[in-house]
Write a protein that binds this ligand. Structure first.
Ligand code: SF4
Length: 361
């Protein structure tokens, strides 16, 4: 199987992907000790060199925490996972670099989606307001189109460290817009280790499995640079799937995704129509129990419900047939709509500051 960074497919066989691309599963001891739901519940599943970052966390030493938003469309609950991870690592003592990737979004997306840099900036402002409302600190944000000259020197320098052949071997094709976007992404991840910023130290970037080609290319380039850069580390999280069977949560399937700007009642309605692991009749469900492992309502709780004890109890009650799909959908719909009401109030207060940051005014 191939991994396509720009695709929207759902990964079905994780073990196969781990083996093929040489990823390491996250050890249970690390997942347990970090005490964060995305680790505890097995959503962060694999890594490259995360052990170096983990050692820094344990030793209370700084490390680099880097991620970004694509600025190419509305954010949904799947994107929230990445933001929640970034905010978690900040609390672990990281040096934080959060990219608003406006140039990347424009050059790598087709014109019918992002027709101008202004459109990418518009999405950048909106996405950033959501990220700030989720707890991102504005001091940790940088915007590609507002970066200083050293960042751009470095971005162009990277073009000498990857050949056409390597690029084609990793990505399977060569498209000039995507080449430019990739150079920016490599720079986003590695520039914090330049002497003008933090200097060399372990770093972590959270990505979905289909982004692994970028991770491999970044790590390969890091080894060819003259700055003593510590090979960047990555953790891989499972993508939240859509509310129907067979898709990952994606803006291309709006009816199966819950967006952070969905009206709260409309989001609860989407939950009520989601695919469940329930049985055909109440009697059967009482007798055999539900199947949370295939249930999209359960997946929403697994990825986002903050109270792990309560979540574990709900899963057990579902499996024991004590908790039925009707009440579960109502509970989850209320959780989602309450979250959105509160979140959207905060977003309104962050729009002005997001605009100031993205436009550099
Ligand atoms: Fe899914 Fe909830 Fe039904 Fe269990 S009770 S199958 S978690 S909707």
């Amino acid at each position: 199987m191939e991994l396509d960074p720009w695709g929207a497919g759902e990964v079905k066989n994780y073990d196969h992907v781990f083996k093929k691309f040489g990823l390491n599963p996250i050890p249970a001891s690390i997942s347990k000790s970090l005490k964060f739901r995305l680790f505890e519940r097995g959503i962060v599943i694999a890594h490259r060199d995360f052990d170096k970052v983990y050692a820094r966390i344990k030793a209370k030493k700084p490390f680099i925490n880097m991620t970004g938003i694509a600025s190419s469309g509305p954010l949904h609950f799947g994107h929230k996972v990445d933001l929640d991870l970034f905010i978690f690592f900040k609390k672990c003592g990281a040096k934080n670099y959060f990219s608003v990737s406006d140039i990347d979004a424009y050059v790598s997306r087709p014109d019918k989606k992002i027709p101008s840099l202004e459109t990418a900036k518009k999405w950048g402002i909106e996405n950033l307001a959501h990220a700030l409302a989720l707890g991102l600190n504005e001091k940790d944000v940088f915007v590609q189109s507002q970066k200083e000259s050293r960042y751009y020197e470095f971005t162009f320098e990277l073009s000498k460290k990857i050949t056409k052949k390597t690029f084609e071997a990793i990505y399977g094709h060569l498209d000039l817009g995507k080449v430019s976007a990739n150079l920016l992404q490599y720079a986003d991840i590695m520039h914090p280790q330049l002497p003008e910023y933090e200097g060399p130290m372990p770093s972590v970037t959270g990505i979905g499995l289909e982004q692994d080609p970028h991770a491999r290319a970044t790590r390969d380039i890091a080894k060819r640079l003259p700055y003593g850069i510590v090979t960047p580390g990555f953790i891989y999280f499972q993508h939240q799937s859509g509310l129907k069977l067979g898709t990952k949560m994606s803006a291309s399937h709006p009816e199966t995704a819950i967006f952070l700007d969905d009206a709260p009642e409309a989001a609860a309605k989407k939950v009520s129509r989601a695919f469940t692991g329930g049985r055909p009749t109440v009697e059967e469900q009482r007798k055999l129990g539900g199947r949370p492992e295939i249930c999209k309502v359960h997946e929403l709780l697994k990825f986002h419900y903050p109270n792990t004890k309560r979540w574990e109890k709900l899963v057990k009650d579902c499996k024991d047939g004590k908790w039925l799909c009707g009440e579960c959908k109502q509970f989850t719909g209320k959780f989602v709509s309450d979250f959105l009401k509160d979140h959207q109030k905060k977003v309104k207060t962050k729009l002005k500051i997001a605009e100031k940051i993205v436009l550099g005014k």
